[in-house]
Write a protein that binds this ligand. Structure first.
Ligand SMILES: [Zn+2]
Ligand SMILES: [Zn+2]
Length: 328
């Protein structure tokens, strides 16, 4: 399995998951940038949009769905989500308008998302490295063109096999119609994606416990948010049980799903630019784990940036020497 973060935060979210021989099954989890930005970031890692078998959608906020009209209409890429979320997506496809995470209406024509949190994000990472233009109008792959529908339903709590990947959806707590996280399994490896949740529930912990790579929201530092510039209603919404996970809540969740018998990877994601910093999120996580007596050698912690981020390859699981060096 290969997992690549194409960007994370309120300016947009997208994650590429690949599995199977030569990475033949390719899925996105969320597509919250313009089609052009997604195409350019995929190009950097040798992937073309026509190779995608689907986009798993966690919920209908613009920072997770902005590219869907283009991906569906121009590239015939199916959307995988629950029927309630898809009903709202259909409205967005018809009107061209999407609800942002902070409640504003956003047009899908916009190349970037003007959210409260993204003042300087605009063109930070849209240039293509390695030279070359990315062609957005290439022909659609035949296997995708022939798909009978562009909506593959996956009820929250259910599982579905897509190519080489088994996808399990589970409920999270966010102010969207039917928000969910995903557990993706292939070749004995598991990746769990949990962002945009105001609280951590037992159902979420059950899934997070299974993950080799956990992509977990660590949105804000509570004190920083309370003292920061956001209006009261927005602070209240972020702190509510259907808002976003704080650094403390993320640490608590990791401690409650601690596995002493293996090495795991943790990507702290969906960080607020105003109410958090990568250093703060990472150091608070490390501090909490240290205080609880956890062996930090068992956890590789990194922060997913708003622009193109990390790559995780499941072969790291078999190559990591610390598995054998760990004290009993
Ligand atoms: Zn979001
Ligand atoms: Zn959201």
């Amino acid at each position: 399995m290969r997992v690549v973060s194409l960007g994370s935060g309120s300016s947009g979210n997208a994650l590429l998951i690949e599995a199977g021989p030569r990475g033949r099954t390719k899925l996105l989890v969320d597509a919250g940038f313009s089609v052009r930005i997604i195409a350019e970031r995929l190009h950097k890692i040798g992937v073309h949009l026509t190779q995608l078998q689907g986009v798993l959608v966690t919920h209908e906020h613009s920072d997770h769905v902005l590219a869907l009209p283009g991906l569906m209409k121009r590239y015939n890429i199916p959307v995988v989500t629950n029927p309630r979320t898809y009903a709202v997506i259909e409205e967005g496809l018809a009107t061209g308008m999407w609800r942002s995470d902070s409640g504003k209406l956003i047009s899908s024509q916009q190349e970037t998302t003007p959210l409260l949190d993204v003042a300087n994000e605009a063109t930070a990472d849209i240039s293509v490295q390695n030279g070359g233009e990315v062609a957005l109008e290439e022909p659609v792959a035949p296997d995708v063109r022939n798909s009978p529908t562009l909506f593959l339903p996956l009820e929250v709590g259910a599982s579905r096999i897509i190519g080489d990947i088994t996808v399990t959806s589970f409920p999270i707590s966010h102010d969207a119609v039917a928000p969910c996280g995903y557990l993706l399994s292939a070749g004995g490896c598991r990746v769990c994606v949990v962002t945009d949740s105001g609280e951590v529930t037992p159902a979420m912990l059950d899934m997070m416990r299974l993950a080799d790579l956990l992509v977990l929201e660590s949105n804000h530092d509570r004190e920083r948010l309370l003292r920061g510039p956001y209006p009261y209603y927005l602070k209240a919404r972020i702190l509510s049980s259907t808002g976003h996970l704080s650094n403390d809540q993320a640490a608590e969740a990791v401690l409650r799903t601690w596995r002493g018998d293996s090495v795991r990877w943790l990507w702290l994601s969906h960080l607020s630019r105003t109410n958090n910093t990568p250093t703060l999120a990472r150091s608070q996580m490390r501090l909490r784990l240290k205080e609880a007596g956890a062996n930090l050698a068992q956890l590789h912690i990194s922060v997913s940036p708003p622009a193109m981020g990390h790559t995780w390859d499941s072969t790291q699981l078999w190559h990591t020497s610390s598995l054998w060096e760990m004290p009993g």
